[in-house]
Structures are given as structure tokens and as C-alpha cells.
Write a protein that binds this ligand. Structure first.
Ligand code: ADP
Ligand code: MG
Length: 697
């Protein structure tokens, strides 16, 4: 009965009609469970009832008393009414007023016992009054008050559903439930961590006992609250681990072997010595490749750490074993760039590389598809369309996904549907904060490259207001004179795309005519056709012009080692990770590089913190942590990243320790006391929809 009780739609609660149900639904609350698994915004201590005689102005107070008389009073302002009551306790009387709430006429009557909570104010004429208080009318047999006389929960208003209405709903919902709610946490675990039972925790989280600590409550640190947060983390992790086990049970297309011939072949394509970090990552990847089960690995590394070559070596091992590789980039420009560099690196090998993007059309495309299908082409570079569309591989062994966090995981299902069980290597654009790595990538193994290729000088970063633009132009001139190149980046926000495009175009003109007439300047923006973009990028890479003015299409991955200056216009509009990505476009050679963040004053507090983080450190791992703190996890990945789980109670930053604990406990549970398949299925019921991970198979 109780499972159903939690699933009860809210409109079955007393006082919830279609209108309120709609308001609640808009806030994501449709069942009793939804309602109960949402913490109050805050808790207020209305517990100490104060004698009326002791009240002072300027405080909020809870009082209990009897209504002596009450009624509606008109004021001089037309249509403006005051409901007024005189309330008495043993120590004295107090005037109580509510502005413009005429309906109270039907609520209060003399003789009633009431509990009131609100601000005590001084009336013009002298005495004190209680203004617009929260109220509760006590029935004679009422033992429990819910709005006053205790620590009360204050909920976020949703539409016309006030905090007070919600308090009543939550209270009613809890009354209807009982202590025999299904308990998703194993008994032993609960005992180990002294977590209260589920029902007790729900009750205490909404209607805390009298001795609860207000400060702890507001930090969501009481045992009851912690238990509920943990419960969510635990179920999430159980699902992640179960999925991981399912993946581990898959068997790959073909086994991969590594011998001296293959090692030699890798050595031949390698243009430099790998860093220690790259070597370790490659070793971990190649070990995975040799296992019978498909690899599911995330390769993390800061911008410029050299992830591409590691992936390419993994690709080489795969191809040497007679299998094909799909190499996917998030944009066409990046796909083209990967194609160029991979083709160059593989020139000396016998492997054939093809580029397949949306703009490859007609006969050419059909020919290429045929060659991929026959196995004549060994490595295909493209965008995500590669595994989604009409592309058929002969023997797909490895999928490399560059610069997209969740993407790789999402694609597994698509791959499986096509009957493919390749190894999958996902590479991140920027480091992922530890917290997120724990939760979002619990189903992936992780390799981290912490070092940078040798000889890199830390990039010097400055943040300057508009008015100091000339200093920056001086710096640019110095660098250009020394033969280097520079980027000037404009923000591109969808709504103002036109304006930004205009700004970028005008800046390119201005720089050409007024500031750097002796240099050549190129313009790159999102509205250009792919081949036009490509021409500009290639010309810049070839040094045919010195300054590239661009909207953020160069954001990820572009690699022009001779560029040493990155100027970001309107730096205050960019997110921290994005700024770090942009900065990573320079500092790719032995020359000193510079990143200049030009901002428009006044800066918001947040923008100031972002710019400060940028000038404080060049460590992408630290930047990622800062970014997560500043923006919150919801925005961390931006809108492009599908598949971010949504949690009801968990805050990825605040609850870091509970997430880590839950991960350990989930693993222990599956190891030591695995639930029966039926129990597991029950635990994971609605897992995908619950965490909004519907796309994942
Ligand atoms: P990211 O990790 O950001 O994708 P890339 O793979 O684009 O970085 O590498 C950045 C640059 O560093 C490239 O120009 C690459 O050729 C170079 N590089 C990578 N590894 C090394 C290394 N071990 N020694 C010297 N240069 C390297
Ligand atoms: Mg890269």
C-alpha cells in the first residue's frame, strides 16, 4: 500500500484542485514522493512562545492567545481594508493587523485559540502591534501546530501555492503515510552510518523535532536530511554500477593483441617523446584494448596536455589489429583539423584516413561510405553523425570522442543497437572537477594526464578594462613584430548573434585600418559556410595573416602553435571554463604566450571572481573546481552537454562527501550483499527518468 502512497498524485491531497496541481506540476511536483523529496528553502524557529508583555519592537515573535474581538476596518484609502484583532494571553493584550486580507473575516472569530508569528512593530499612536503574521487556529484537541510554535519549514512559493499551503500539504501527506515505507537502504548500511529510517527522516526533515539545531537544519546537515541526500546518491550510484557491470559483460568485436611489430609501427608515427602522463594514459588504454570487454574510458587532461596523440596511438594499435576507428569531434572545423593532423601523422603508415562531415556530399560521400563499408578506409574522422547516420563500418573496433563529456556514454546505446561493441575513448575539453567525475563518470574508467609537454612557459594572463586597450595593442604589436600571431575573440550569444557579429566585423575593420595597417587580419564567424571557415583557419595556421578576429568558434581544440596572444573581448560575458579553453589556444610552443581579458566595467561580483581565477592560476583542474563553485553544476557543462543527471536533493558541490560515501557503499552493497535481481530491478525502477538520463540505454 505504501509504495502506492508515495506515488499518489498530488491532486488527491485535500486542498489541491486542478489549478494548484498545475502550479505544483510546473515546479516538477506531481506525486507525494516529489513533494516530500524537496527540502524547504529554510527553517524558521517559531518555537519559543513569548508572553505578550515581554514583546519588543523590531523582533519577530511567536505568541499564543485568545481572540478577544476582531473585524474588518476600512481606511481612508478607498478599497484598502484592514483586518484587525485583539489577542490576549495571561500577560497582556496585543493588536494584530492584516492588510487587505478581507477573507480573514470568515476565518477568525472571538474566543478562538490562535498561535501567531510575525514582526512586532510600533504603531504611530504608541502601542505595539503584530503585522501580517502567520497564523494557526488551534482546535481544542490540537496537540500539534504546524505553522507556528515550533521550528517550521519554509518552502519555495510555486505559482499560487504559498509556503503555508505547502506546509499544510506536506503535513497532510506525511500523516497519510506510515512507518512501513519501503526502505531502499540496506539495514547494515543504515546502522553503520546511524541513518534514521525513511519515514522518520522525511518527518524530521520537514517538521523537525523540538530539540533540532536550527543552524544544522539550514545547512541540511541533520541526520535526517543527510540520510535523504545519501539515499538519492546511493540509488544513483547503484544504477551507475549496474550499468557498468552490464557493459563489462559485453564482448568486443575482436580481441586486440600488441606485439613488437605494432610497437615499432607506433614509434614510427610518433613525432616527439611522450610525457610521463601521456605514457601512463596510453598504457592504461592499451591494457583496456587487450581485454575481451569493451573499453569505456575517459581521458582527462588540461588544454594542451596532448590528448590527441594518445588517442591516435590507441587508434593505430586498433588498426594494426585489422579493425576500424571512428574519430569524432564536436564541430566540423575540429573534425577537419584532426583529419589534417592525423593524415600527416599516418602518412608513413599503410592506413587510409577519410573525412566525413555534413558538408561532404553527393558522389564523393557515396564513394567514401562504400570504402568505409568495405574496410578500405581504416580511420574515419567526423562529427557525431558518424555513428548515428547511414555510415556502415566493416569492422569498427574503436570510437574516439573528442571534447564532449557525456556524449560518449550516450552513444553506447546507439552503437549497441547497430550490433557494434567497440572500445570507446572519451576525451574531455577541460578537466572535470573531482566531484563531477565521481558522480557523472562513475561508469567510466579514467586516465588523467597531469603534465604538459616539455618547454611550455606558463601563459601570462592579465585582465584589463576597456580603457586600457592601448596597453594590449602595444603587446600585440611587439609579438607580431617578433613573427608571432594573435587571436581576438568576441562572445557569441545566440540572442544577440547579429550584434556580436557586427562587433566582430567592425573590430576586424578597425584593427585593419586604424591599429595594425601593416598586418593582415582575418575574420571567422559562425555564420560562414564550412569551407569558408576552413579557408580562413588554414590560412591563419599557414601564417598568411597575423591576427584572427573570431566569434567563439575557435573555442575548442584549434591548434596553431605560432599564435602567442589571445585577446578576449567582453571577457566578463564568458564562463570560466570557456575562458580557460580560449587561453589554451595559445602557449602551444616554446615562446612566451599572453592572454588578455578585456572587460567592460562595472563588473558583477561573479565576473570579478571569474577573471580573478583566470589571473590567479593556469591550472585547469583548479579552474574547473572554481567554475563549479561559481556556476553550480547545472551550468557547468553548458547546454550542449546532454545527459547531466538532475538530482532532487543532491547538490554536487555541497554534498561531495556523501557522493563519495555513496559510491563506496553502492560498490560494497553489490559486492557483499547483492540484492536479488528482482530487488535490484525495483531499486532501479525509473532510474533513467528519475535522473533524467532517458537518452542512455
Ligand atoms: P589537447 O590535450 O588540448 O587536445 P593536443 O593534443 O591538441 O592537446 O596537443 C597540444 C599540442 O602539443 C599539439 O601541438 C601537439 O602536437 C603537442 N604535443 C602533444 N604532446 C607532446 C609531447 N609529448 N611533446 C611535444 N609536443 C607535444
Ligand atoms: Mg584536443
Amino acid at each position: 500500500m505504501t509504495t502506492d502512497a508515495l506515488a499518489t498524485p498530488l491532486q488527491f491531497l485535500k486542498g489541491v484542485g486542478p489549478r494548484r496541481a498545475a502550479d505544483l506540476a510546473r515546479a516538477g511536483l506531481t506525486t507525494v514522493e516529489d513533494l516530500l523529496y524537496r527540502f524547504p528553502l529554510r527553517y524558521e524557529d517559531r518555537s519559543r512562545l513569548q508572553p505578550i508583555a515581554s514583546l519588543k519592537t523590531g523582533q519577530s515573535a511567536s505568541i499564543a492567545g485568545r481572540i478577544v474581538h476582531c473585524g474588518l476596518r476600512s481606511t481612508r484609502r478607498p478599497g484598502f481594508k484592514i483586518f484587525e484583532a485583539l489577542v490576549k494571553d495571561e500577560t497582556g493584550g496585543l493588536r494584530v493587523t492584516w492588510l487587505n486580507q478581507s477573507f480573514l473575516r470568515d476565518v477568525f472569530s472571538p474566543g478562538q485559540h490562535v498561535v501567531l508569528f510575525g514582526p512586532i512593530e510600533m504603531r504611530g499612536s504608541g502601542g505595539l502591534q503584530l503585522t501580517n503574521p502567520q497564523y494557526e487556529i488551534l482546535e481544542d484537541d490540537d496537540t500539534e501546530t504546524i505553522h507556528t510554535g515550533r521550528i517550521v519549514p519554509v518552502y519555495e512559493k510555486t505559482g499560487a501555492v504559498t509556503p503555508k499551503i505547502q506546509r499544510r500539504l506536506v503535513h497532510d501527506a506525511l500523516q497519510k503515510l506510515s512507518d512501513d515505507l519501503p526502505e531502499p537502504l540496506p539495514e547494515a548500511l543504515r546502522v553503520r552510518h546511524r541513518f534514521p529510517g525513511r519515514y522518520a527522516a522525511l518527518v524530521a526533515a520537514h517538521f523537525p523535532p523540538a530539540d533540532a539545531n536550527l543552524d544544522e537544519l539550514n545547512r541540511l546537515a541533520t541526520p535526517a536530511q543527510q540520510r535523504l541526500i545519501f539515499e538519492e546518491a546511493f540509488l544513483f550510484q547503484i544504477g551507475v554500477l549496474a550499468r557498468r557491470r552490464a557493459a563489462a559483460a559485453e564482448i568486443k568485436t575482436a580481441a586486440i593483441r600488441v606485439d613488437d611489430r605494432i610497437r615499432e609501427s607506433a614509434r614510427r608515427v610518433l613525432p616527439f617523446k611522450l610525457t610521463a602522463g601521456q605514457r601512463t594514459a596510453l598504457k592504461e588504454i592499451v591494457e583496456d584494448l587487450q581485454r575481451p570487454h569493451p573499453m569505456n574510458r575517459l581521458l582527462q587532461g588540461d588544454v594542451g596536455a596532448g590528448k590527441t596523440i594518445v588517442a591516435l596511438l590507441a587508434a593505430l594499435v586498433t588498426m594494426e589489429n585489422g579493425l576500424q576507428v571512428a574519430f569524432m569531434a564536436p564541430t566540423e572545423i575540429l573534425a577537419e583539423q584532426h583529419f589534417l593532423s592525423i593524415s600527416t601523422l599516418l602518412q608513413a603508415s599503410r592506413f587510409r584516413v577519410a573525412l566525413l562531415t555534413g558538408s561532404t556530399g553527393g558522389v564523393k560521400r557515396r564513394e567514401q561510405l562504400a570504402e568505409v563499408a568495405s574496410g578500405a578506409v581504416h580511420l574515419v574522422v567526423g562529427t557525431h553523425a558518424l555513428v548515428q547516420g547511414d555510415v556502415v563500418f566493416n569492422r569498427l573496433g574503436l570510437v574516439v570522442i573528442d571534447e564532449q563529456h557525456r556524449f560518449g556514454v550516450l552513444q553506447r546505446a546507439t552503437l549497441r543497437e547497430k550490433g557494434w561493441h567497440p572500445d570507446v575513448l572519451v576525451m574531455t575539453a577541460t578537466p572535470i572537477p573531482r566531484t563531477l567525475a565521481l558522480t557523472l563518470y562513475g561508469d567510466l574508467d579514467t586516465s588523467v594526464i597531469r603534465d604538459l609537454p616539455p618547454g611550455r612557459l606558463p601563459i601570462k594572463t592579465v585582465a584589463k578594462p576597456e580603457s586600457r586597450r592601448d596597453d594590449i595593442y602595444d603587446l600585440v604589436r611587439r609579438e607580431l613584430t617578433a613573427g608571432r600571431q594573435a587571436y581576438v575573440i568576441y562572445p557569441l550569444v545566440e540572442e544577440s548573434a547579429k550584434v556580436d557579429l557586427k562587433a566582430a566585423t567592425e573590430m576586424a575593420d578597425h584593427l585593419t585600418h586604424d591599429v595594425f595597417p601593416e598586418y593582415r587580419i582575418g575574420l571567422l564567424h559562425g555564420r560562414m559556410k564550412a569551407d569558408a571557415k576552413d579557408r580562413v583557419m588554414s590560412a591563419f595556421a599557414a601564417g598568411q595573416f597575423q591576427i584572427l578576429v573570431s566569434t567563439t568558434v575557435v573555442e575548442v581544440g584549434i591548434d596553431v602553435a605560432n599564435a602567442t596572444v589571445m585577446i578576449v573581448e567582453h571577457a566578463e560575458r564568458f564562463g570560466l571554463s570557456q575562458l580557460h579553453q580560449l587561453r589554451g589556444r595559445v602557449g602551444r610552443s616554446q615562446h612566451q604566450s599572453y592572454c588578455c581579458l578585456i572587460y567592460q566595467s562595472p563588473l558583477s561580483e561573479d565576473a570579478r571572481s571569474r577573471l580573478k581565477a583566470m589571473t590567479d592560476t593556469t591550472d585547469g583542474f583548479q579552474i574547473a573546481e572554481r567554475d563549479l563553485e561559481l556556476r553550480g553544476p547545472g551550468d557547468f557543462f553548458g547546454t550542449r552537454q546532454a545527459g547531466m543527471p538532475t538530482f532532487r536533493l543532491i547538490d554536487l558541490v555541497r554534498d561531495h562527501h556523501l557522493l563519495a560515501l555513496a559510491q563506496g557503499e553502492a560498490a560494497r552493497c553489490l559486492e557483499e550483499a547483492p540484492p536479488s535481481p528482482a530487488a535490484l530491478a525495483k531499486m532501479l525502477e525509473n532510474w533513467n527518468t528519475r535522473f533524467r538520463l532517458i537518452e542512455i540505454g
